[in-house]
Write a protein that binds this ligand. Structure first.
Ligand SMILES: [Zn+2]
Length: 382
């Protein structure tokens, strides 16, 4: 950390977001804009009480009606992490839905993730559909992102998850996609400088065109216009976030999943993927100084699930396990077919941002404004 940075360093007095988020703005009390947005806009529009129950009842009614006579009435994107696992339980046991559990295997599943998916699916007597992404194409795309120098190298994986689900829904006439996205653990989102929109197909294609070495034939690509306009308004396929309409407390959910299904917890959110673990615990903080734990802890602080003191204490620990990080780096390098030297070389490349490549940023900005004006989306990136 440079002396300059330390001199200008500021941390929010309410959460643990700080000036490693270069766009952060503090008010006269030293409270950051993430917190102020949460109290002014998110909280008043977020209902997990009777109002949430009524929203859920309407949603369930709609979903059940479109599912009459079909094998399932909705699909749930399942990673094996806590949010999607709890959602799967709640959808079946609390809401009485008949979901098809949908899993996208992008090549990076941890053994715990595989076990967790199996345990949930067996315990709830649900059907599991797994789509496997073309590994050669995935690898080429991931290497392209490494070579490009940007921070958001998790984009190919995340993009493949959503694009695959949308394609499946369209192909089989599924009207409802349920996701574990939620305000309770994600009311603060990763700043756009840290993690640019993973669904931006223009950016994905531009980075691949410049650094890729094989054509993408099977890799699923979606675009914002397709999944935000054509799918919902033309084809009637909606993405629902039921966890936002019910009480969802992370520690309680974890306990329930462990007790009821023998589900195994992860040391950190998103660690169900070995690539994401490498990316969030090592790549982002070491190469860019972006520690996603700040975002995750701050969300928990705002929703009363963690104290600021505990968060600050945890942040003094390294974001990765020093005993095993060497193995993690080796695993990722081996799997991508490169040497550890090459991987270390990527760490030292000149830093680029999403602005250095083609993007649909303007469309996202307009979309976000429209959604907020309509009250159709709360929270979101800034
Ligand atoms: Zn704050």
């Amino acid at each position: 950390m440079s002396a300059m940075r330390e001199k200008n360093y500021v941390i929010c007095r309410n959460c643990v977001m700080d000036t490693t988020d270069v766009m952060i703005v503090f008010d006269e009390k030293g409270i950051c804009d993430h917190c102020n947005t949460y109290y002014a806009q998110t909280l008043p529009n977020w209902h997990t009480d009777e109002q949430g129950e009524r929203q859920l009842a309407l949603m369930v009614d709609k979903i059940q009606k479109t599912g009459v006579g079909k094998d399932f009435d909705c699909i749930i994107g399942m990673s094996g992490g806590i949010d999607s696992s709890y959602l799967t339980y709640a959808a079946k046991e609390k809401l009485g839905l008949r979901p098809l559990v949908f899993h996208v295997d992008a090549g990076w599943n941890s053994q715990i993730a595989v076990n967790n998916i199996e345990k949930l699916v067996d315990g709830l007597e649900l059907d599991l559909y797994t789509e496997v992404i073309d590994w050669q194409e995935m690898k080429d795309l991931q290497l392209s992102f490494f070579k490009s120098g940007v921070s958001h190298i998790d984009t190919p994986q995340d993009h493949s998850f959503f694009a695959t689900m949308y394609k499946f829904a369209e192909q089989f006439g599924v009207k409802h996609i349920l996701t574990g996205a939620n305000l309770s653990t994600e009311c603060i989102r990763n700043p756009i400088e840290w993690m640019y929109y993973q669904s931006d197909a223009r950016q994905l294609k531009d980075i691949h065109a410049q650094f890729g070495s094989r054509e993408l034939v099977n890799f699923p690509v979606t675009s914002i216009l397709w999944h935000k306009i054509v799918l919902p308004y033309v084809k009637g396929i909606r993405v629902e976030k039921p966890l936002n309409s019910m009480p969802y407390i992370k520690e309680e959910a974890k306990k329930l999943l462990i007790d009821k299904f023998g589900w195994q917890p992860y040391p950190q959110k998103h660690f169900e993927s070995r690539f994401t673990r490498f990316y969030e615990s090592y790549w982002l903080p070491e190469r860019f100084g972006y520690d996603v734990r700040r975002v995750q802890f701050s969300s928990l602080i705002l929703t009363g699930q963690m104290t600021r003191d505990d968060a600050l204490k945890e942040l003094t620990q390294p974001s990765y396990d020093e005993q095993t990080i060497g193995q993690d780096i080796e695993f990722v390098a081996n799997k991508l077919g490169i040497s550890i030297n090459e991987m270390n070389g990527f760490m030292l490349l000149p830093k680029r941002t999403y602005r250095d490549f083609k993007s649909q940023r303007q469309i996202y900005d307009i979309g976000a404004k429209v959604m907020k004006a309509l009250g159709a989306e709360i929270g979101g990136k800034r």
